[in-house]
Each structure stands twice: as C-alpha cells, then as structure tokens.
Design a binder for this molecule. Sequence first.
Ligand SMILES: C[S@@+](CC[C@H](N)C(=O)[O-])C[C@H]1O[C@@H](n2cnc3c(N)ncnc32)[C@H](O)[C@@H]1O
Length: 206
Amino acid sequence: MTTRTPARGLPVFLAAALRQPHLVGAVAPSSRDLGRQLATVVPRQGSPVVVELGPGTGAVSEVIDRRLPPGGRHLAVEINPRMAEHLRRRHPAMSVLCGDAAELGTLLAGADAARVDAVVSGLPWSLFGEDLQRRVLAQVCAALGPRGGFSTFAYRHAARLAGAQRFRALLDACFDEVIVTRTVWRNLPPALVYVCRRPIERGAGA
Ligand SMILES: C[S@@+](CC[C@H](N)C(=O)[O-])C[C@H]1O[C@@H](n2cnc3c(N)ncnc32)[C@H](O)[C@@H]1O
C-alpha cells in the first residue's frame, strides 16, 4: 500500500513552478488545512460530480477524495501534461483531463459529465488577465447547476493586488453568495478561501 504525502509530488510541482511560474503561481502545494476549507463545497451524500481545476500534484485532490461519497465522481482539469501524468498514476480513481480550464464545457462534454455539483479551483487567478478570468468563470457558472458550489483561494499577502481585486469583484458578479473564510495560517503562504454558492445565470462573460 502506498502512503500519499504531499512530498511525493514535490519534485514535479517544483519543476513546473520553475518552468511555468505564470501558470503555477505558487511556491508549494496547498496544505491539508487549505484543502479542507476548499472541499467544503463537495457534497457528502448522493452521487455528486465534482470538478477540480488546476489540481497540480494532487494535494487538494486527496482531501476531496476523502470527503466524496462512494457514488461520487471526481474530474480534474490540469493544463500541465507532466502534472496530469503524475495525477493519473497517483489518483487512479480520478478522471484527469489534460487541458485548459477555459475550455471546461468542451472537456466536460467529452467526459460525459453534463451536470456538475461542485467546482474546486486551485487556479492562479491573480496571474490571469481579465479576459481569461471572465472566460473561466463563465465556464464554471455554465457547468454548475443552480445549487452548485464553487470554491477557490487567494494568498493573503496578494489579495490586495489589482488582479486579485478584479477577480474578487467578478465572483460577486457571478454568484449570489460569496463567503470569505478566515485566513488559513497553516499554508505556505497563508491563504483565504472564497466559498461561492448559487451561480447567477448570466455568468461573468455577459
Ligand atoms: C497554484 S497551483 C495549485 C496546485 C494545487 N491545486 C494545490 O493547491 O497544491 C496552480 C495549478 O493550476 C494549473 N493551471 C494553470 N492554468 C491553468 C488552466 N488554464 N487550466 C488548467 N490548469 C491550469 C497549473 O498547472 C498548476 O497545476
């Protein structure tokens, strides 16, 4: 039996962070504490379909899998092929779609996932331009059912930067409810989680 520790994927994570800092936007995988806050949108009953965006080396995927009920489905969209390959080896029960979150609708259609109950994002939103932020959020809102939940995080020290502020305003435009958690101090660096519910139909692209 294998033990899954975050350190297992660390070399893959660090290599990606050095080669593609604009896509990774982090110095280390998320902590378990941050993962737990992000996973609160994952339903614990029924047969939910959960999509994870930017899973990296799977630090949050593990927490999602522990919470997901037996009938649930976990799909992960990762743009980096090396990370996608790593995830396939480490998380055989998860469906890994190697692609761009901006093409979420097409990727989900290809995976026969018409209805999504929750989206958990590890994407580096503050590094994205406005157009990409809008496109990805519009895809998320279109994929989620009216009672679906969305969660994502921002690093505390960067939350006041222009890209992060713009993203925060877009969340308010896209969801009926946006709750910001307390700072998760046990993460490198400390982070805040946005827990969003009830997507507004027009989405951010409108
Ligand atoms: C900050 S890391 C988060 C990794 C992991 N979720 C965690 O919390 O440890 C961001 C991840 O998003 C991926 N990513 C960046 N842009 C993406 C995009 N447009 N579509 C899918 N994945 C993307 C990166 O390759 C990287 O794995």
